[in-house]
Structure formats: C-alpha cells, structure tokens
Design a binder for this molecule. Structure first.
Ligand code: FE2
Ligand code: FE2
Length: 165
C-alpha cells in the first residue's frame, strides 16, 4: 500500500476499492468469455473472428492486471475466489454456448458496451478525487471502445458475406 498515494485520494477509498473489485471481476469473466469463444468459434470468417477474440482475451487479462495493481496500491485485496466474480460483476458472463460467429460477436459486443459504461462511470466518480484511478479507467476505456468497434466491423463483414451468398 502506498501511504501518501492513498492519502491523496479525495474520496472514500473503500468506495473506490469496491468499484475496482467489481471491474476486476468483469475483466476475468470477459477474459474467459473471449478465450473460450476463440476456441469454439465456427462459421463464416472463423479465422478472422478467432484472431480478434484471442487478442481481446489478452487485453482483458491485461486490464485485470491493471485493476489488481490499483487495488493493491490503495491497500485493498483483489477478490480472491472466482466464485465471487459472479456476485461482483457489473456485466455478467454470457457463456459461448452457441459457437456460431454471429452469436459470439453479438454476445461480446454487448459485453464491450457494458464495459464502456462501467469505465465511463468510474471516470465520472473519480474525476477530481482520484486522478490515478481516473487515468487507469481512461486507458481501459480506450481499449474497450476499440474492442467494440473491432467487433462491430467484423459483424458487418460477416453480414455482408452471408448476404452475398
Ligand atoms: Fe477490459
Ligand atoms: Fe474489451
């Protein structure tokens, strides 16, 4: 825990830690959803979709790392048991039970849109009070916005391909 680093937070640190642990649960669930989706994907443009999902999985894991580091800096503990992820998550988990690329893209776009709202809201809460968390949320938000756009572009290409048949 950084003593001065914690001291400069101009809001209830426990409240920030709560938000961070919820986001931490989201990132792990998003990581797993992408990771498994990339394994099972079937259908048109499968290779391109798989490559994108693998890349997003890696990004979500990196986000989990960033959030965990911030939790530790603030003297908190990243949620220790995976069973807590389901209790804390903002965005939930959509099991990739239907391996069709159209279904996977739709699920993951929904997840990204939720993640965008979560980090936008974290930025609003921390804006003046906790610039370090704010900056972390901004960095992650930039990735999530990019993720949404990547998936929507793929969704469009798949739709065009299916129409052309
Ligand atoms: Fe993420
Ligand atoms: Fe994402």
């Amino acid at each position: 825990m950084g003593t001065k680093g914690r001291e400069i937070v101009g809001m209830d640190v426990e409240q920030v830690l709560k938000l961070l642990n919820r986001a931490f649960a989201d990132e792990w669930l998003a990581y797993y959803q992408y990771w498994l989706g990339a394994k099972v994907a079937k259908g048109p443009m499968k290779e391109a979709v798989m490559a994108e999902l693998i890349q997003h999985a890696a990004d979500e894991l990196r986000h989990a790392d960033m959030v965990a580091n911030r939790i530790l800096q603030l003297g908190g503990t990243p949620v220790a048991a995976p069973e807590q992820w389901y209790k804390l998550t903002n965005c939930g988990y959509d099991a990739p039970e239907d391996p069709h690329v159209v279904a996977l893209l739709k699920q993951n776009i929904k997840g990204e849109q939720c993640a965008i709202s979560v980090y936008k809201s974290m930025m609003e809460t921390t804006r003046d009070a906790d610039p370090v968390t704010y900056n972390m949320a901004l960095q992650i938000l930039q990735d999530e916005v990019e993720h949404e756009e990547d998936l929507e572009a793929l969704q469009e290409d798949v739709a065009l391909m299916l129409k052309a048949r």
